[in-house]
Design a protein around this ligand. Sequence first.
Ligand SMILES: *[C@@H]1O[C@H](CO)[C@@H](O)[C@H](O)[C@H]1NC(C)=O
Ligand SMILES: *[C@@H]1O[C@H](CO)[C@@H](O)[C@H](O)[C@H]1NC(C)=O
Length: 295
Amino acid sequence: MTRIFRFFSVFSIFSIFGCLYLLLQNKNECYFVENSNVFPEPEDKILFKSVAKYEHNLAIIVPFRDRFDELLEFGPHITKFLRKQNISHHIFIVNQRDSFRFNRAALINVGFMFTESNFDYIAMHDVDLLPLNDDLKYSYPKNGPLHVSSPKLHPKYHYEKYIGGILLVSREHYRLVNGMSNQYWGWGLEDDEFYVRLKDAELTVHRHEGIQTGTDNTFAHNHDKRRRRRDMEKCFNQKEVTRKRDRKTGLNTTAYRIEKVYDLKIDGISITVLNVLLECDKSATPWCDCSNASK
Ligand SMILES: *[C@@H]1O[C@H](CO)[C@@H](O)[C@H](O)[C@H]1NC(C)=O
Ligand SMILES: *[C@@H]1O[C@H](CO)[C@@H](O)[C@H](O)[C@H]1NC(C)=O
């Protein structure tokens, strides 16, 4: 009995000293060991802690499927870019693993919910769009969403209401508009609907001013049209429904399961990959799968 007791005492003294050591080193949590890339190594959920010394922490949320080669470039590039700006950030790849059509907006909702308690703003970020101009600051968008890939600078999209590509939104504002619509399966239009959501909530979208580069040298756009054909198909009544403002779906109706969370290292940079299975209610949005549709 005493021997068991002694064993436990010794054990707990060790852990107490371990914790004290960490606390003396100015780490807030015993289980949390900071590393140079701002984020601790994954073990379980606790690890996604923001870094206390930074006022703001950015979750880079990348909706993703099948773009491994682009990710290899994106991870190191964006990390280097944001380190220069001293932005505390972590990259989350939200990888769609079900067999429905790609749903960029629902994946962003999933990424947001996963990171919400530890990050106070997000960047919805295309994996194939790399910022090149250091004047594009990814700072906390206090006064309303900040559209980084503005139509004046984007290599391809030039309409005034365009807010796709790279958009920074505070946690409060993303919640306020109930996130993005979940109805957009297949390519396009979800960002235009999000623009109307922001407008309805009386949020003003801001863009950087005084950027000296143009449409051909502000971003590197990695998109290869031949290899990556866009899924432009419209089936069932998709066209009609997705033209309209969606007042029903959003963060509170995103149906999904996180199958697994991975820690992926690219060139020493720690990136979190969420394997996500989206669910589709085929009576509400039959166009999540066009394979049986009579077009
Ligand atoms: C980066 O920001 C943090 C938090 O604001 C600050 O403590 C640190 O000194 C900054 N580092 C550099 C290199 O500017
Ligand atoms: C989700 O939120 C919207 C408003 O943002 C609301 O109209 C809708 O009823 C909510 N749905 C559910 C299932 O809670």
